[in-house]
Design a protein around this ligand. Sequence first.
Ligand code: ARG
Length: 585
Amino acid sequence: MHVSFQPAVDLAAAVAAAGRQLGFADSEFSSEVRTADPRHGDFQANGVLAYAKLHKANPRALAEKVVAALPSEILSICDASLAGPGFINFRLRPTALLAWLQQYGSARQLEEGAAGLHRGQHYVVDFSSPNTAKQLHVGHIRGMVIGEAICRMLAFCGATVIRDNHIGDWGTQFGKLIWGYKNLRNDEALARDPLEELERLYKAADAATKERPEVLEAARAELVKLQAGDAENLALWNRINAISSGAFEEIYRKLDIRFDHQLGESFYNDKLTPVYGELSRLGLATESEGALVVFHPEHPRFNTQPFIIRKSDGAANYASTDLATMLYRVEHFGADAIVILTDARQTDHFEQLWLTTQKWFAATGRRLPRFEHVSFGSILGEDGKAIKTRSGDPIRLKALLSEAEERAFALVSTKSPELPETERREIAAAVGIGAVRYADLSQNRSSDYVFTWDKILSLEGNTAPYLLYAVARIHSIFRRHGVDPADPAAVAAAAPPESEAEFALARKLVALASTLELTTSQLRPHFLCTYLYELAGAYSAFYAADKVLVDDPAVRARRLLLCARTLLVLESGLRLLGLRTLGRM
Ligand code: ARG
């Protein structure tokens, strides 16, 4: 028996076939199959309801006909029953559950199964994208970890993913930065903590421009020189960017984040003029008070508040660059989908960008990609306000991550004092960084959340330590009994589930497929987190109810298979979220 990675796909095909056999028009009958309330079944099809309403027929009778017309092969995989006014519920048969568990027995097999979800699609994911010469602080972490998780999940599900760090490396801040660098630089500080010094230089220069008009003039002059290609300023600009990127890189390495490209805003400098030209020629952009703007009259807010795509002094802005970026990503990367991550404060910008792009591409006959602005809320301190240090500054990401490791080290040292220090350090890195990361990913990204050390480092609840511990515990079962979780002989000997806890766990494992679909279609990693947490719960319930290492070889084999697959799915899922898992804790 072969069962699809996502059994709902087979079921939908079967329902569609039944509909066709009954003469239902495809356009009137939806064969969609969704995940069902587990009390009633694994999957449910309710396309009959709308069809019956349309034809004023009895839905229940119609559903009966659909069930009777289902191709017989599908009934060897699941059984179908009617419920309510005409729902069709499907329950996977025990043999199908076993077949699924046997078929998807390695990370590679899971990936091959999942690849059907987004096969062949080209995604450009623009994430992290910090501004040059500014420290990364806690507010930057969401975009990084959510972005990395989204990239990993999409790639796992078959997409070609192009990761682009769209660094804010161009703009008016460079006038002040260059002036500050030339006039206020402390070389010793620059060598010690380059980003810190650059940030100080920017702040000091900014303050000086406010106090002394001649400094403002000088900073403007530096900017003009840079934009005109002055060699000295260009070299300084390069140097500032290099210092800045080096510091970012350190954090990316710590967080296992990587990029394929770091094109940055400056990359689009020479690609802006044609954009202004096209939009003006098409009549989409108009001059308003010296600026070039795009109105969206059909949109109440953007009718009065247009999208400014070139400033009144003729300079480019964020919008100019982003329009050129959209075009480049479609033309150069062949993007089918463009995903940009920023916090929710930029929602208006991206709405206007997308409205403009749609009209622009339609008017020029260009292929329109999908666009997703993946926005997120803020991280709050325990007082419910934006998280800050005691002195009121934003918390540096570097400091936050070190603190996470230190706290995790203390935790591991009390829990497992017998382990050598190097091992405890390694565990602490995985647990500490994992905890910060998971705390973020497990929240619906649209909401703000409160960051509390005790909560995120707790061994109970929906936390990284809980899940990492669950993984380590399963490893230890296999270790203690000298069995390899990947041993194919053990898998072959297994029989279908029998006990209630075995069934519940097996079903949860198969639900990985629908979870990945939901997570990647909504680009919301918290769905995967919730799933893994529930899977760990189903495993605990199974482990408490059913002894695994019993004498009866048949029972033992089928329970070991469940342990092995739980381990595989937990580890694979956590890796997709960017966590490192441990063999022992
Ligand atoms: N640098 C911007 C910021 O820090 C984020 C850039 C996001 N990407 C983009 N294509 N606009 O707010």
